[in-house]
Design a protein around this ligand. Structure first.
Ligand SMILES: Cc1cc2nc3c(=O)[nH]c(=O)nc-3n(C[C@H](O)[C@H](O)[C@H](O)COP(=O)(O)OP(=O)(O)OC[C@H]3O[C@@H](n4cnc5c(N)ncnc54)[C@H](O)[C@@H]3O)c2cc1C
Length: 318
């Protein structure tokens, strides 16, 4: 059996575990904690960049693999709906549904639920929400996971690796997320443009009951509670830092944007932050090291980790 060390167990690491071929003995090293972006991710699997009305890079093949990877009970049955505020927006949505690429994902127009301003809801076909933490736990039960940081990673003459000075592995896969300590040490700079995001847990007096998007997402979490977010913040210079604390101006920005299209009271009950492993060219990074063929990585998943991780994990193994 080949012994493979997997460093990091967010959505990238869990997808690599899900796609591991037979005959691999996988040992996971994962520090977890506040720096694990997947544990705060909203979990939307969305083939469209809604703000730009554009199809996400490799959306069709990524969606197909994602559907085969994520257990059905961890996926929402409903889609995301774009709130169309004017007749012009509604007409544009309908016109774009003939578009050769976008058309596949621009679904029917639905009535607007009470409590929401708009003339229609455009369904994003193929979209769903993944219970990300549920998926991490589901995969965690199938592999050996150590709550341990990789502090030393050394190549050996025979192509194997030692981790933390003693343990030997035939191959190492790095899925370190935004921190990317060993990935950047061994590959050099990956062109990160890390962003941070803040989300709010809110109670609504009027309950639309479906996943909505209009400048931000508003997503039902059950019992009248919703997630509102997430904001985009710049200025994360390097990976060796915790996510910033939630701040009042980002919260106000989210609330002001929601108040433009949501009626009734919005009552903030909690907030959270995390850092996204975005890259300057908005493309993930995955592959095998040119000089160390037994070293692989999957990173740079940006805002689309849930969509792309299973496809790229599959490609890395193959
Ligand atoms: C507020 C917010 C909302 C988001 N919403 C969505 C969304 O709706 N849909 C979507 O697809 N994406 C979303 N994202 C983006 C998503 O979170 C990321 O794309 C994804 O989590 C990246 O996964 P990853 O596995 O690469 O990294 P991570 O999830 O960060 O996992 C990396 C893991 O590796 C561990 N690690 C790192 N270095 C070491 C080391 N040396 N030793 C041991 N362990 C180590 C870390 O502790 C961590 O547990 C959101 C992000 C934020 C911040």
């Amino acid at each position: 059996m080949e012994r493979v060390a997997l460093v990091g167990f967010g959505i990238a690491g869990a997808s690599l575990a899900a796609k591991a071929p037979q005959g691999v003995d996988l040992v996971v090293f994962d520090l977890g904690g506040r720096r694990c972006s997947s544990r705060v991710a909203t979990g939307l699997v969305n083939p469209i960049v809604l703000k730009r009305r554009r199809v996400v890079w490799r959306a069709a093949e990524a969606l197909e693999v994602a559907l085969h990877t994520y257990p059905i009970e961890l996926r929402s049955s409903g889609s995301i709906y774009e709130v169309l505020r004017t007749v012009q927006e509604l007409n544009d949505w309908q016109a774009l549904s003939d578009h050769p690429a976008l058309g596949a994902y621009l679904g029917a127009i639905h009535p607007v639920p009470g409590g929401v301003h708009g003339v229609g809801l455009g369904e994003v076909r193929g979209s769903f929400r993944l219970n990300v933490v549920g998926f991490l736990e589901h995969m965690r039960a199938q592999v050996e996971v150590r709550n341990e940081s990789v502090e030393r990673l050394e190549p050996q003459r025979d192509g194997s690796w030692t981790i933390n000075g003693t343990e030997r592995f035939d191959r190492v896969l790095l899925a370190e997320g935004y921190q990317a300590r060993w990935t950047e040490h061994l590959w050099g700079p990956l062109g990160f443009a890390r962003t941070w995001g803040q989300g709010l847990n809110v109670g609504l007096s009027l309950d639309p009951g479906v996943m909505l998007h209009r400048s931000h997402f508003l997503l039902p979490d059950g019992n009248g509670l919703y997630q509102l977010g997430a904001s985009f913040g710049w200025g994360i210079e390097h990976g060796d830092q915790d996510p910033p604390e939630a701040n009042a101006s980002q919260a106000e920005e989210l609330l002001n944007s929601a108040r433009e299209w949501v009626d009734g009271s919005i009552d903030v009950q909690g907030q959270w932050t995390g850092i996204r492993p975005n890259t300057q060219d908005r493309r993930p990074r995955w592959g095998w090291h040119p000089e160390h063929p037994t070293l692989g990585m999957l990173n740079g998943l940006g805002s689309r980790g849930t969509l792309h991780a299973p496809l790229l994990a599959q490609e890395l193994w193959s």
